[in-house]
Write a protein that binds this ligand. Structure first.
Ligand code: PAP
Length: 329
């Protein structure tokens, strides 16, 4: 880095990619990026160069274990919230009685439950995952059919969370602008909407992402749990119990009576997490500020940013692309 160049966060370092990715890029369809200059289409989905480089590394090197739990989302579908909830559910035995020293009070959900391609394999081509205790809990935005075979062949559990596409879009637009604030300036909303509806959003097309997991959960309900952000909002208690059952660690009679679920939901609520110093002023190793993950956390906020007509445009595309899937968002 020369003295005149400002520090560029990892996610904007477009030339920091593997040779394999460098060789692949000229062969791939290219579009204007939301955060980086360009995004590229690989096996049907769109990625920035750095993320594609780490997707390739993840495909080549990630070895799933039968006991692994993977949380999967399209970006801005409620990942941070469900990372926190899953961490609490899976670690509640060791952490019971130590709510004042709970790891979520001092660490970002994104450090406790790191993304495979957007953190671990972005930082190192072959990260050392040996320090993760079983059951290992990772997150990813990878589309279902891009998973390395070890994920599909193992008995690991997949939890997928989707969200109303209009709220997802608006949330992503805000997030992209935060990320661009360290680089290239705001991207016009109309331009982003156009790209979203053409499917050229990072990890898009959104409808293909969601449908891949919806189909997998219909075919393998014991391995893939399909959830919606709006349902989680409406009845979080039911979903915490459902998640614990699915993960093979159901809540015991005592836990159902002693307020365990309430404690988890309080700890993971938008207001509690947002108020913590680590989530107000922290920064992930990729350069992303932790406060960018906590904006409003509401259902239906899209109406404050896009017109009814713009919303109808998203609805029309979703209806057309998901026709016959049995899924309505
Ligand atoms: P990621 O996929 O990049 O990790 P993700 O956590 O899915 O991001 O997206 C952040 C969204 O989840 C934000 O939505 P908004 O822009 O519509 O506000 C954020 O506010 C929301 N969110 C974060 N934490 C919570 C929470 N504890 N409860 C509900 N929503 C939350």
């Amino acid at each position: 880095m020369t003295p005149s160049q400002p520090h560029r966060p990892k996610y904007l370092q477009e030339d920091d990619i593997s040779q394999k990715c460098r060789d692949l890029l000229p062969l791939l369809p290219r579009e204007k990026g939301w955060i980086t200059t360009s995004i590229y289409q690989y096996q049907g989905f769109w990625y920035s160069p750095q993320i594609l480089s780490s997707v390739l590394a993840c495909q080549d090197h990630f070895q799933a274990q039968d006991t692994d739990v993977l949380l999967i989302t399209a970006p801005k579908s409620g990942t941070t919230w469900l990372k926190a909830i899953l961490f609490c559910i899976l670690n509640r035995a060791e952490l019971s009685g130590s709510m004042q020293h709970h790891p979520l009070l001092t660490q970002s959900p994104h450090n406790l439950v790191p993304f495979l391609e957007s953190q671990l394999y972005l930082e190192q081509e072959i990260p050392n995952l040996a320090s993760f205790a079983s059951p290992r809990l990772f997150a990813t935005h990878l589309p279902y059919h891009l998973f390395p075979t070890s994920v599909k062949d193992s008995g690991c559990k997949l939890v997928y969370l989707c969200r109303n596409p209009k709220d997802t879009f608006v949330s992503f637009w805000h997030f992209a602008n935060k990320m661009r604030s360290k680089g290239t300036g705001e991207m016009p909303l109309e331009e982003c909407l156009d790209a979203f509806c053409r499917g050229t959003s990072p990890f898009g097309p959104y409808w293909d992402h969601v449908q891949g997991y919806y189909k997998a959960s219909s075919e393998m309900p014991e391995r893939v749990l399909f959830l919606r952000y709006e349902d989680l909002k409406e009845d979080p208690h039911v979903h915490v119990k459902r998640l614990a059952d699915f993960l093979g660690c159901p809540l015991g009679k005592q836990e159902l009576m002693d307020g365990t679920v309430d404690g988890i939901l309080r700890m993971c609520s938008f207001d509690s997490l947002k108020a913590l110093e680590v989530n107000k002023s922290g920064e992930l190793s990729t350069g992303i500020e932790t406060n960018w993950f906590f904006r409003k956390g509401e259902v239906g906020d899209w109406l404050n940013y896009i017109s009814v007509e713009m919303g109808e445009r998203i609805d029309r595309v979703m209806q057309e692309k998901m026709h016959g899937s049995g899924l309505k968002l």
